[in-house]
Design a protein around this ligand. Structure first.
Ligand code: PNS
Length: 160
């Protein structure tokens, strides 16, 4: 069985993430989407909320499974026998850091990374921007699924 991992913070999941997850689900027998806890980033949603949003929004793909993990991506891959990470690349600005992580992950554990060009419609899209715009009452309805939008509106005006 060909398996791949889509790791991320998913705070919250956006249409850009879902585009990559859906395309990965077309390429692999099973795709695991894992919410990684990143202590250097302050989050709007708890890990449980992020997990639930992903469960809801990926229900259309039967070969996608959602998980959470606190630790290194390569340790997750090793523990679950996953040989490849799938990452979306929005622009050249993503490339330097993503290349560095991909090379590090391959060096650490032989885990490869497949880079997928983001749909140009979402090349500017980032969860951090969505949160900032939503906090100030801006319209992000074209950037996130309706249920995520509802949750974002529920947090509007909530300080970090
Ligand atoms: O959605 P994000 O915040 O860009 O996701 C980043 C993520 C979760 C992929 C990254 O922070 C990560 O890899 N975290 C796990 C810790 C780890 O493995 N670090 C070493 C990377 S070489």
């Amino acid at each position: 069985m060909r398996r791949a991992l889509c790791p991320g913070s998913f705070d919250p999941v956006t249409n850009g993430h879902l585009d990559i997850i859906g395309r990965a689900a077309d390429l692999y027998d099973q795709v695991v989407v894992a919410v990684f806890v990143n202590q250097s980033k302050s989050s709007m949603f708890s890990v449980e909320e992020r997990h639930q949003m992903l469960v809801d929004e990926t229900a259309r793909w039967p070969n996608v499974r959602i998980d959470t993990f606190h630790g290194l991506v390569v340790d997750y891959c090793r523990a679950h026998d996953i040989p490849v990470i799938v990452k979306g690349l929005r622009a050249v600005s993503d490339f330097d850091y993503e290349l560095q992580m991909a090379q590090m992950n391959r060096g650490l554990a032989g885990v490869d990374t497949l880079f997928m060009p983001t749909n140009p419609e979402y090349s500017f899209l980032a969860s951090s921007l969505v949160k900032e715009i939503a906090k100030w009452g801006g319209d992000v309805s074209s950037l996130v699924p309706p249920d995520v939008l509802t949750r974002l509106k529920g947090r509007a005006g909530t300080p970090d």
